[in-house]
Design a protein around this ligand. Structure first.
Ligand code: G3H
Ligand code: ZN
Length: 279
């Protein structure tokens, strides 16, 4: 079975990026897999706690995403993203999710260590891979002040104390940016990659330019989380159809071009991440 720990370790060893994109509705999942198949690259389909809240339940969206993943011709991991609710993690594991992110980044260090370690024990017993976050990547509230930084020594202690498989770090990105002008601390990425023996995760990657991402991957960043940028692509395509002449009422008429646009951009991004070592 495909697992995030193995895929991320392989990507880190090859100095390439592993794309991780968020699923809100079924068309996201099918577009992401289509793009990954075209690029010939593995992909992570992630469902956030907020997306579960939007649907009102985990099971339908997770079952659909797992089914799309099973039909793929490239390795696909289905991941629970930004889970602060430990009961949601337990439920996702019961329902067959492949990996989870426990997000205790808003907690103080000791509480983050304690709950992350508890989730790692629970998930590892079930064969599920765990990502955690140290140093809060903000922006989900719409306020972009990407000043938080993860300290390499504290991060090494955190990884040792929790046994986590991947670590999300704060290096200058911020969630939900609609402009691609975030400035990453490439030197810090290098220091974290040197100090830690787990792959690094970049949240809030929508704000990073193609060149910025290539530099980040070359410095040691591995799992690249993108959501807002693909939502912009999707919504832009819908808008073009609905603002055109004779706007359709059948949702398939505006969802199909939106799905196509996301698949095209995913194929482009995954090719970029996969070529970072040779850029
Ligand atoms: O966990 C998901 C990512 O961090 C997505 O962030 O919407 O800013 O690309 P983004
Ligand atoms: Zn995130």
């Amino acid at each position: 079975m495909t697992d995030l720990r193995t895929l991320a370790r392989e990507a880190a060893a090859d100095h390439v990026g592993l794309g991780a994109f968020n699923v809100i509705q079924l068309e996201h999942a099918t577009a992401l897999v289509q793009g990954a198949e075209r690029a010939g690259r593995p992909v992570v389909l992630q469902i956030s706690q907020n997306a579960v809240k939007y649907h009102g339940a985990l099971e339908p969206v997770l079952a659909a995403t797992l089914a799309v993943a099973r039909g793929a011709s490239v390795p696909v991991v289905v991941h629970l993203d930004h889970a602060e609710d430990t009961d949601l993690i337990r439920r996702a594991v019961e329902l067959g999710v492949h990996s989870v992110m426990y997000d205790g980044s808003h907690l103080d260090y000791e509480a983050n260590v304690a709950t992350t370690a508890e989730m790692v024990r629970f998930c590892h017993d079930a064969g599920v891979v765990v990502e955690a976050e140290l140093g809060e990547v903000g922006g989900k509230d719409g306020v972009h002040a990407p000043g938080a930084r993860t300290d390499p020594e504290e991060a090494a202690a955190f990884v040792g104390a929790t046994g986590v498989d991947l670590l999300a770090v704060a290096v200058g990105s911020s969630h939900a940016m609609t402009t691609r002008d975030a400035v990453l601390d490439v030197e810090l990425i290098g220091a974290l990659a040197d100090r830690l023996d787990v792959p690094l995760v970049l949240h809030g990657s929508s704000g990073v330019s193609d060149a910025g991402m290539q530099a980040a991957i070359a410095a040691g960043m591995t799992k690249i989380n993108v959501s807002t940028h693909l939502n912009q692509v999707m919504t832009g395509a819908v808008r073009r159809v609905l603002e055109g002449e004779n706007p359709p009422v059948d949702p398939r008429k505006w969802m199909a071009p939106a799905r196509q646009a996301v698949a095209d951009e995913v194929a482009r991004l995954l090719s970029l991440y996969g070529a970072a070592a040779t850029a």
